[in-house]
Design a protein around this ligand. Structure first.
Ligand code: PMV
Length: 330
């Protein structure tokens, strides 16, 4: 079973020609509080474990789509991309899954509202926006579950970006992945804040796909990861429903550090941190000694994402003047 088979199954009975001339959609970026780390199927982006994220409000990707004969054209933030660029190839490969016939081309215009140097991955919101824009263009009206599965075929974390707020992506266990999709948690937490601290916006040496593969195949520490996730997932969901910020922050920070520890145990080792990342961790831990509940999480890169409540905004701004603050619930 490959991506094309799953896409066909997913879109059974769906229109193969556009319902209108232009489809359009927005999807928010998301940051995992309990990470997705390791695939059980590399082609279908099926995860070893479930994960929980928070979406980033109006930071994300807006994509407009139309059809034209010939090769695809992809525009990113107003610039037409070379056909052989990684981004354009990724988009075209995803569009192959739904292309009505060989000569059918798409015009894709994508605008990212993620601050350009923030070092935030745009693949999650990018593939989610693309899936939603296709749904709009073809008039499929897929349910959120099927939209999440379609987005996942582009990038695992995109499964969570078709939804807003706190989102849980259930790993599922079927080989075709039809039970591996995201669902929104009912809770809203208007005081919840995320602070982006950019350490480096250079492309990373090892991408998340390769890092996950290497960790799963060679790190002895990876064997404990599923149990860590099971514990953390439950704690985070409890913390969200009880509005227990300390528990949420502690669990999310520890979960990220455990994820990074599994990669450090891989061979060749994978370490995403730069000296500046470590310096920031020490500053955050020192700050917490003084009281403010400010925690952090990190993904497959050197940047730090602060987690705090609105009441700590002034402290965070004074200590980290360069921080970009996001209010996920507006
Ligand atoms: O699906 P990808 O390739 O964007 O992988 C995401 C991996 C992490 O960001 C490190 C964790 C996560 O759950 O988002």
């Amino acid at each position: 079973l490959n991506k094309a088979d799953v896409a066909r199954q997913l879109l059974t009975g769906c229109a193969t020609s556009p319902a209108k001339t232009r489809g359009e959609a927005f999807a928010p970026s998301n940051i995992a509080l309990c990470k997705y780390w390791g695939k059980r199927d590399d082609d279908l982006n099926l995860p070893m474990t479930s994960s929980v994220s928070i979406s980033l409000g109006d930071l994300g990707t807006r994509t407009a789509l139309s059809m034209a004969e010939g090769a695809d054209t992809v525009t990113l933030n107003g610039e037409v991309l070379a056909r052989d660029s990684t981004f354009a190839l990724g988009v075209s490969r995803f569009l192959d899954l739904v292309r009505p016939h060989r000569a059918a081309g798409f015009r894709v215009e994508t605008v990212n509202s993620i601050p350009t140097a923030a070092g935030l991955a745009s693949s999650a919101s990018g593939f989610a926006a693309l899936a939603l824009a296709l749904d709009d263009l073809f008039g499929w009206r897929l349910d959120p579950k099927r939209l999440s599965i379609l987005a996942r075929l582009g990038s695992g974390s995109a499964a969570r970006s078709v939804l807003k707020g706190f989102v849980e992506w259930r790993a599922g266990d079927s080989p075709d992945g039809m039970d591996s999709f995201a669902e929104a948690l009912p809770e809203r937490w208007p005081d919840f804040r995320i602070g982006l601290l950019t350490v480096s916006s250079r492309p990373k040496a090892v991408g998340s796909r390769e890092a996950m593969r290497r960790t799963r195949e060679t790190s002895a520490l990876y064997h404990v990861w599923p149990a860590i996730v099971e514990r953390d997932l439950a704690l985070i969901k409890e913390a969200v429903s009880a509005r227990d910020f300390d528990r949420l922050g502690r669990t999310a920070e520890s979960n990220a550090l455990n994820m990074h520890a599994t990669s450090l145990g891989a061979w060749p080792p994978v370490l995403f941190w730069l000296p500046e990342s470590v310096a920031l961790m020490h500053r955050i831990w020192a700050l917490r000694e003084d009281g403010p509940a400010v925690y952090f999480t990190m993904d497959a890169g050197p940047n730090i994402k602060l987690l705090f409540l609105a009441a700590e905004t002034a402290v965070v701004k004074s200590l980290f003047p360069e921080v970009h603050i996001i209010a996920p619930f507006g």
